[in-house]
Design a protein around this ligand. Structure first.
Ligand SMILES: C[S@@+](CC[C@H](N)C(=O)[O-])C[C@H]1O[C@@H](n2cnc3c(N)ncnc32)[C@H](O)[C@@H]1O
Length: 227
């Protein structure tokens, strides 16, 4: 399992995010020229209603959890990287923060009205299992939002490749702890395209699955309802 292939063992992914944690927010702002906060806000608006119990899985440093809380959700953030989680906890002390694995969520079935995952499912070892776990912890009719980097087709594709394959890894090397950003382009390449991901969400028990893309198709937001 190598960084270049985009396939890492779960322990290696956790260690990688522990190392990246200090530069993670800065890299997000630079890589997306600040648009990432807007995408998270739109994801939260798509599925969170005031008073909802919301799970933000793979919460990282907590920016999507913060967006869900701003929508009025009662937020639980979950991540398996202690260093990422610590930063999230400092950002939003009022939320519940849980160290845990998306592939074996430590919650009863039907514990949440909404679930979100931002830039997280691309990293999990078993995508189908991760989606099934999200479905399990939602009440029937509960809503899910999956925000993820995807591969655009058409005219933007060459610019996208230049940005993610060359410039992002270079930026990562300039920042302490950021060398693992060489993993990012490979992890995106091996991830299913938006139509395939929509199909997998349907197979995992979500209905009304649809998606929209941002930034010329570089990022996709999939939403669905627990059937
Ligand atoms: C790219 S970060 C995304 C963080 C955040 N959601 C955001 O919007 O910026 C991916 C996060 O997923 C976490 N992660 C990856 N696989 C996981 C798993 N199986 N269970 C829990 N967390 C996981 C990593 O530790 C990391 O913090």
């Amino acid at each position: 399992m190598t960084v270049e292939s985009g396939v890492l063992a779960p322990d290696a992914v956790r260690r990688m995010f522990d190392r990246i944690a200090p530069v993670y927010d800065v890299m997000n702002r630079v890589m997306t020229v600040g648009l990432d906060l807007r995408w998270r806000r739109i994801a939260a608006e798509a599925v969170v209603r005031p008073g909802d119990r919301v799970l933000d899985a793979c919460c990282g440093t907590g920016d999507l959890a913060v967006a869900c809380a701003k929508r009025g959700g009662v937020v639980t953030g979950l991540d398996f990287s202690p260093a990422m989680l610590e930063r999230a906890r400092r950002k939003l002390p009022s939320a519940t923060w849980v160290e845990g694995d998306l592939l074996g969520l430590p919650f009863e079935a039907g514990s949440f009205e909404a679930a979100t995952v931002g830039f997280g499912v691309r990293n999990v070892a078993d995508l189908e299992k991760g989606l099934a776990e999200l479905r399990r912890v939602l009440v029937p009719g509960g809503r899910v939002a999956v925000l993820e980097i995807t591969q655009p087709r058409g005219v933007l594709a060459p610019f996208y490749r230049l940005w993610f394959d060359r410039i992002v890894p270079l930026l990562g090397r300039l920042l302490k702890g950021g060398a693992a950003y060489t993993y990012l382009p490979a992890s995106v390449r091996r991830f299913p395209g938006p139509d395939e991901l929509a199909g997998l969400m349907g197979s995992a028990g979500f209905a009304e699955v649809s998606y929209r893309t941002f930034a010329g198709g570089i990022v996709a937001l999939h939403t669905g309802e627990a059937a």
